[in-house]
Write a protein that binds this ligand. Structure first.
Ligand code: 5AD
Ligand code: SF4
Length: 477
């Protein structure tokens, strides 16, 4: 049929996603909608009928990358006037019409709360031959209910084929954020905090399990603030939700990211301890180890509270790993305040830390109130210091695994750079332990999606290396 002159060629979609897990999930949902609309995915941008960028606004660098990508495809649009170009997600919500001014070849600008409308808006841009803009209300544009309603949820559609791995899926449990940390653009671009109904979440998890998903990662900007009140007055907390999801057959691992320190309640820690499918891993950003800086960031906790929270995690959940985010060079961060951050990082023994140089964001409180007064070279130096400290800690703690056996949920073939040093045999598998450590080991590709017992014999700061425990036992000593 494909040879018939009138047969319709499937439209080709090229999509690039930057930013957090929320964006990865959003892209999956957009692709699901567009598949229904006759699109198929392509990796080749030159073949595309539609090019979409799902964008991030958290730092300037992420935005710069998108504007240069848009610059690079200007000629493509000139050669193929039918090509549709879209800017989706956080940058669309933040910059709105300014994107069209800077890149007039863009056809649709669609905020994160409007993504369910991508097919309709692409079609309308073509029919009306003019760019379409769909964004949600600003946080100050009306009452909370109106603003919240302008950020739609459309999570019912799932598209397994675009997931990074067919055994793993993200599942949104809440949207938006109400914390308003002074440096952060997220509350403006992702809207008010809303928890989804537990029934909807459980139904979606069941669907994912039927699609073969083994590991579900619950995502929310402050996931442990999850709270859902049913009309009969009962409240479902994240711990209750974990207990319900734990019952689902086929799901073997459940994670949740990202947590907020103040909301780390004991019931949640006990749920992580008591539910064997729940990963013993908590990502709970400290951002800084200095009280004055935390106050300027409006993080709502002190260093003492963070230390105490960490102690509760360690006490309640044996073998838990914790990871953190840090911002270096935030407004007014002195050498002394940075030193305090370095000490917090040292004593906390995080599994890993994500370190970011402060990037002022227009529209945030910090941008209006404080000067971005830490020079770029000091930001860079502090960034390296924290990363080096963390690498030494990660290496030391990872070495503690050498000689031990761990259960690894196998994700698939290891692509890459993480090959065991000196290994020149066949491809290796990659997976994670229950405490979220990456493990690379040789084994058959058919183990993907299974849990394997692996004996660790080598460690780097980011990866544990080993072999299947059974094989190790069968090998002559
Ligand atoms: N500049 C640098 N880093 C930032 N983050 C959020 N906003 C900014 C900013 N303006 C970091 C925080 C957050 C992570 C996702 O990004 O550490 O936890
Ligand atoms: Fe941004 Fe703070 Fe909300 Fe995290 S908790 S998304 S850093 S405002």
């Amino acid at each position: 049929m494909a040879d018939e002159p009138n047969a319709q060629r499937a439209k080709k979609l090229y999509i690039e996603t930057v930013g957090c897990q929320m964006n990865v999930l959003d892209s999956e949902l957009v692709v699901a909608r567009l598949r229904d609309d006759g699109y198929e995915l392509t990796d080749d941008i030159d073949q595309a009928d539609a090019i979409l960028y799902n964008t991030c606004s958290v730092r300037q660098h992420a935005e710069d990358k998108i504007y240069s990508a848009l610059g690079r495809i200007k000629n493509l649009k000139r050669e193929k006037p039918d090509l549709a170009i879209g800017v989706l997600g956080c940058m669309a919500q933040k910059d709105q019409g300014a994107i069209l001014k800077r890149a007039p070849h863009v056809d649709v600008v669609i905020g994160p709360g409007q993504l369910g409308r991508v097919p309709e808006l692409l079609a309308r841009a073509k029919a009306e031959e003019k760019p379409q803009l769909a964004v949600s209300l600003a946080r100050t544009a009306g009452g909370r209910d109106r603003v919240t309603a302008s950020f739609e949820s459309y999570d019912a559609d799932r598209e397994p084929t675009v997931r990074p791995s067919k055994f793993q899926a993200f599942l949104r449990v809440m949207m938006g954020c109400d914390k308003f940390c002074t440096y952060c653009i997220v509350p403006s671009v992702r809207g008010p905090e809303q928890s989804r109904s537990p029934d909807a979440i459980v139904a979606e998890a069941r669907l994912l399990a039927l699609q073969g998903v083994k590991e579900i990662t619950l995502v929310g900007q402050t996931v442990n603030s999850y709270k859902y009140k049913t009309p009969d007055g009962r409240t479902t907390r994240l711990s209750d939700l974990l207990a319900r999801l734990h019952e689902i057959e086929g799901v073997v691992r459940i994670k949740f990211i990202t947590s907020f320190p103040n909301d780390m309640t004991d019931d949640l820690l006990q749920a992580v301890r008591d539910l064997p499918k729940v990963s013993r891993y908590i990502h709970v950003p400290a951002q800084s180890g200095c009280d004055e800086v935390l106050k300027r960031m409006k993080r709502l906790y002190t260093v003492a509270l963070y230390d105490d929270m960490l102690a509760r995690i360690r006490e309640t959940i044996p073998g838990a790993s914790v990871s953190s985010d840090f911002i270096v060079g935030f407004c007014g961060e002195t050498d002394e305040s940075f030193e305090k951050t370095a000490r917090l990082l040292e004593r906390s023994r995080f599994k890993n830390s994500f370190v970011f140089k402060y990037s002022p964001r227009a529209g945030t409180k910090a941008d209006g109130l404080f000067a971005d007064d830490v020079p770029e070279d000091a930001k860079r130096r502090r960034n390296h210091i924290l990363l080096d400290l963390q690498a030494a800690i990660s290496l030391e703690d990872n070495r503690g695994f050498v000689g031990r056996e761990v259960d690894v949920l196998v994700e698939g073939l290891s692509q890459s750079t993480t090959r065991k040093p000196g290994w020149d045999g066949p491809d290796q598998l990659v997976g994670r332990t229950a405490c979220d450590r990456i493990v690379v080991f040789p084994g058959p590709a058919g183990l993907a999606g299974e849990t394997a017992r692996v004996r660790i014999d080598q460690a780097s700061a980011v990866t544990l290396f080993g072999g299947l425990a059974q094989e190790a036992a069968e090998r002559p000593a």
